[in-house]
Design a protein around this ligand. Structure first.
Ligand code: FAD
Ligand code: 2HG
Ligand code: ZN
Length: 476
């Protein structure tokens, strides 16, 4: 059994942190097999997807249902312990990692889907259900979940709500918050709030789904969600379009959004990301080698949208350098892999700093053009890889240091200050976690941060739930 671990250079006796009676209580609630203590068993819960955030935990608890979560929270509260709620651990900002020796409550065993309510076009699922599981569950009804993203096989509905995940279809359906019709969650005193009727109109006071979406595990542990479903269009078509300049891609995005009511996605790959991903998948750039930007555009409807897409691309005129179209599933997937495999391609190069920002349409091309030079001034050996969801103005800026190491710490500061100066958001979709906490003041006023603290103190006065995430320490 592991009894010690090094956290930030400090050796702590993790198991000794827990009273024997507390350990026994946790074991009684979830069963000894689901109260993990050995380091070999806990490592995958204490290290993040990128390998940048490494923590340690005296115990990882895997409850099977809401009432077990409630009991665990009550024990933690009375023992003075803090909890990190965790779903698929695919978050990219360190919010799911016990960096301060917290216990971890993993929702992965809570993976039940209720029958699809086809009449209402809704479904209730446990928070530990993965996105792919939920997609498979609703698909026979020709319905789909409004949010889709490349981590679908691992990320959970609870984690997606807690981060208000975005992904590739926000232009059509909005982020995770917009998919919520009800929620069940365990509060910091172990009490359970449950409102899962799925009524489209329900103005009976504060909206808990809205509050918990984007709360990053700091206000409650989400245990179930009632999700709005969307009719799945029967026909779809994708295209990859190459552009000489970033500005051309931005202008084209605006035109396509106007021209295509069936628009499902407008994603962007900038040049460094395109060379990295094409090397990674061992295929050449499909169109417009040497371009500055490529859009991946998808349209979906119940009648074949190919002509509509072709006309819209024609109307781009000389803006579009070259186009590849995917009509069948295999060709579409072939084009999409250039976008979906970028994060994986970057991971093969080392441990990046991941910045995830939104800019208004009028500042996007200025940002993308200027930012690599700004980064170089702070770290001359850094490589900047950019891509994202251009339809929403969301650019992912990945920065790798020399030899794949982390870049100089100052790069985050320079990029995020620049974003704020341009009126953008320092977190488009991944959240604040621990990685962006010190920068939150760039987007949120004193009054807003004080209101954050009031909400946190009101719902979690003892700081049981993710106390080291999202809200900066001076406001905690
Ligand atoms: P975790 O990583 O386990 O947790 C994330 C946060 O939510 C933590 O703060 C945690 O404490 C909290 N949390 C988790 N479960 C609960 C719960 N039940 N109750 C309360 N709090 C909880 N994100 C996007 O938005 N768009 C993308 O396109 C996208 N693509 C990705 C692609 C890849 C390859 C990877 C690795 C990640 C991607 N992400 C993307 C980031 C990530 O997948 C999302 O943030 C996802 O929503 C996290 O879900 P999770 O279950 O893994 O949550
Ligand atoms: C995506 O859009 C994800 O692919 C991951 O949000 C972004 O790796 C990243 O920086
Ligand atoms: Zn993204």
């Amino acid at each position: 059994m592991c009894s010690s671990s090094v956290i930030y250079g400090r050796k702590v006796d993790l198991i000794a942190m827990l009273d024997t009676t507390v350990i026994q209580e946790f074991q009684r609630i979830v069963g000894t097999n689901h109260a993990l203590q050995e380091e070999a068993l806990t490592t995958s819960y204490t290290t993040d997807w990128t390998g940048r955030f490494k923590g340690a935990s005296p115990m990882v608890l895997r409850p099977a249902n809401t009432s077990q979560v409630s009991e665990l929270v009550k024990v933690a509260l009375s023992a003075g312990l803090s909890i990190v709620p965790q779903g698929g651990n695919t978050g990219l900002v360190g919010g799911s990692i016990p960096l301060h020796e917290e216990i971890v409550i993993s929702t992965l065993r809570m993976d039940h889907c209720d029958p699809v309510d086809a009449l209402a076009q809704q479904v209730t699922v446990d928070s530990g259900v993965t996105l792919a599981q939920a997609q498979t569950h609703v698909s026979p009804f020709d319905l789909e979940i409004g949010v889709d993203l490349a981590a679908r096989d691992s990320c959970t509905i609870g984690g997606m709500i807690a981060t208000n995940a975005g992904g590739i279809n926000v232009v059509r359906y909005g982020p995770m918050r917009d998919q919520l019709l009800g929620i069940e969650a365990v509060l910091s005193d172990g009490s359970v709030i449950s409102h899962l009727e799925g009524l489209e109109k329900d103005n009976t006071g504060y909206n808990f789904p809205g509050l918990l979406a984007g709360s990053e595990g700091t206000l409650a542990i989400i245990t179930k969600a009632r999700l709005r479903l969307h009719p799945r269009p029967s026909e779809r078509c994708s295209a990859m379009i190459a552009f000489k300049t970033v500005d051309d891609a931005v202008v084209a995005t605006s035109q396509l959004r106007r021209a295509l009511p069936a628009l499902q996605a407008v994603e962007v790959i900038f040049s460094e990301a395109m060379s990295l991903v094409s090397n990674h998948i061992g295929a050449s750039v499909p169109v417009g080698a040497g371009s500055q930007a490529w859009l991946i555009v998808e349209v979906a409807a119940n009648t074949d949208p190919t002509d509509e897409l072709a006309h819209a691309i024609d109307d781009l005129g000389p803006l579009a350098v070259d186009v590849a179209v995917g009509l069948d599933t295999a060709t579409r997937n072939g084009l999409w892999q250039y976008r979906e495999k970028i994060t994986e391609a970057i991971a093969t190069q080392g441990t990046p700093h991941k910045l995830d920002v939104t800019l208004g349409a009028s500042r996007l091309s200025e940002f993308v053009t200027e930012v690599p030079a700004l980064i170089s001034r702070v770290d001359g050996q850094a490589t900047t890889v950019m891509f994202g969801h251009l339809g929403d103005g969301n650019v992912h800026v990945n920065i790798l240091g020399a030899g794949g190491d982390e870049p100089n710490e100052g790069v985050d500061d320079v990029v995020l200050n620049y974003v704020a100066q341009l009126g953008g958001s320092i977190s488009a979709e991944h959240g604040i976690g621990t990685a962006k906490r010190e920068f939150l003041h760039l987007n949120r006023s004193e009054a807003e941060l004080a209101a954050f603290r009031a909400i946190k103190k009101g719902l979690d006065p003892r700081g049981v739930l993710n106390p080291n995430v999202l809200i900066p320490p001076e406001y905690s």
